[in-house]
Design a protein around this ligand. Sequence first.
Ligand code: ADP
Ligand code: ZN
Length: 736
Amino acid sequence: MDSPSSTAAETRITGRASILLPLPLAGAYDYLVPEGMILHAGDYVVVPLGTRERIAVVWGPGSDALPAARLKAVLERRDAPPMPADLRAFIDWVASYTIQPPGAVLRMAMRVPAALTPPTPVTAYLFSGGKLPERLTEPRRRVLDTMAATSDPLTAAEIARKAQVSNAVVRGLADCGALKRVSRPRHAPLPQPVLDTESVTLSPDQQAAAATLRTSIAQDAFSVTLLEGVTGSGKTEVYFDAIAETLRRGRQALILLPEIALTVQFLSRFEKRFGCQPAAWHSELSPPRRQHIWRAVAEGEVRVLVGARSALFLPFSEPGLIVVDEEHDPAFKQEEGVIYHARDMAVVRASLGGFPILLSSATPSLESRVNAASGRYRTIALPQRHGGAMLPTIEAVDMRAAALPADRWLSPQLVTRMGETLERGEQVLLFLNRRGYAPLTLCRACGHRLECPHCSAWLVEHRFHGRVQCHHCGFEAAKPESCPACGEEASLVACGPGIERLAEEVARVLPAVTPAILSGDNPRERGLSSVRETIDAFGRGDIRLLIGTQIIAKGHNFPGLTLVGVVDADLGLSGGDLRAAERTFQLLHQVSGRAGRGERPGHVILQSYMPEHPVMQALVSGDSERFMTTETAARRARRLPPFGRLVALILSGPDLGQIQQLAATLARTAPHETGVTLLGPAPAPLALLRGRHRYRLLLMTDRQRNIQQTIRRWLAQHKIPNAVRLHIDVDPYSFL
Ligand code: ADP
Ligand code: ZN
């Protein structure tokens, strides 16, 4: 079965070719095709640009606009699978939608230029079966034992690792004829998923869901399915079935996860179902691994890939299914460079490629719900936890009534429950989305607050390291002994809790337990492996009480966890984010969903100063439907997304006056069309970030309009000075 990209044979391009460079230029450039060079759209080529040579992609036939004398010639065609037509169409689409130069989007698809050179073969070794060496040392014997057990040619390094010897031992055995040298492709073949493992039997509900998905896949056409299932209902098992079906039909599958680097549990589950780990794509891959996987995706050797949002730009040769797991997760929004939402762009990729996509979540985004309600998306529901496990009971504790002293954050109700739970041998999770010791440090004498010198943000104390840190730019300093403003000694006091400080309180109220803390938001802080270790240790039950930030909310299974305490349930509700309520609901629902996944029922305590808030009410009653319906009606009434469209423009630069002036000029010339409203310019809530002043403009429009075109025309009238950066954020999710 061929994918659409490979059935449409490309016509040969002669004379002139339009070449797109992976650079933020206005568009593609024309080059001459040398006599005898065979080029097709999608080919990777080397072209001169200025005084340099660049790798670029043939985008189509060239035009006659310029005299041939002004054009340079293509230097070379690279020996790599051409970029598929559907990926090229996707790059153009994303560029047009996000109002970015196509070359800036192409750059995301060409992050691994080394992969465009075919890998050179390597020397490998085989057991020669004949001659034994005269001197049979212990290391030599280990090598020969290793090699006798395999018929695959292995490199010296691979053998050395297996037999625990040095490379020289291997070479020595080859020199005396006990091993023979052969040439082998650089990489051993990737393990291939096995489809017919009998790892699970789907429940009747799950079977029905899987059958619906299989029908979508069999239709071999674009469709979007929203899989909404409570936490623990088996959504993953169901989409594994869809992946198996995709593989059976000879297509590749892509699974997008919000936090790929931390999904150890996911990878081992995949391995249980398919007999091998999937190929993974994320920021921590080593460059050689990155090259290998990129090329294996392009050549069709990778059948299933699990990736972060950048995996959308990989050159799949036979794409057949995309799964977006936790589709509501804000981490799918890329906030830098080309600003895009990976879930939305994944839908576009599937539509351009003509294959199905599955969005999975326990708490689907309002956007996806609206699309489902209007019939644009199919829906499948899994309303029950697998194996009869109960959903946790959720209770809100009114913190106004608790009247705690200023340095205490755990209500008596929560402390009592924690004690009882631990006594029964069960586990407790405290959730607080605040890293460090305290979010604010204040001088008792003069009221001065420790602020970042480069950002409009407070410095967060990290007491373990004795330092204060800016969570926006990474600025760090030793915690001062005296107030930097008034000089008073020992006057600085911590205000509010971070997870480190909460650990102190736990140690005070429950002296018998040693709490562990986990904040993966900044893996460098503690090392990613220690994050994994902590998650594993909690999963095994070796840690009794864990205090964590949102890293802990996602996808993990902790069978012994029966009590979740949300320390500050109101935390996400303040601020000017139109999705604040929705997001808080989703996050707290997800955290709550960690409880009671094993045999014993779970309980959740939400500590809130506004337990009457619709978000708390929805969580307590479990009536998410009503909450989302009310939210939807409110958005509809205010013409907010998904009923209207927003585009944010953020100007930033070192000179405040220059930014203000440019913002005013932009506002004065803003498009005057009915149905388009401009809000701002106004200083951004983060008015200073990394030493740059920031101003925001926000356009609100209806959905039918091609607002991108309007904005392009508007911005084309202005020259943005070099010192100023303009970020265009179509469908903004961050309002900082
Ligand atoms: P979700 O993705 O909806 O949170 P999972 O797929 O992670 O749910 O399933 C929750 C737990 O139940 C997992 O440990 C999973 O292995 C188990 N499970 C789900 N469905 C089945 C099944 N049909 N047979 C056996 N175990 C299952
Ligand atoms: Zn800062």
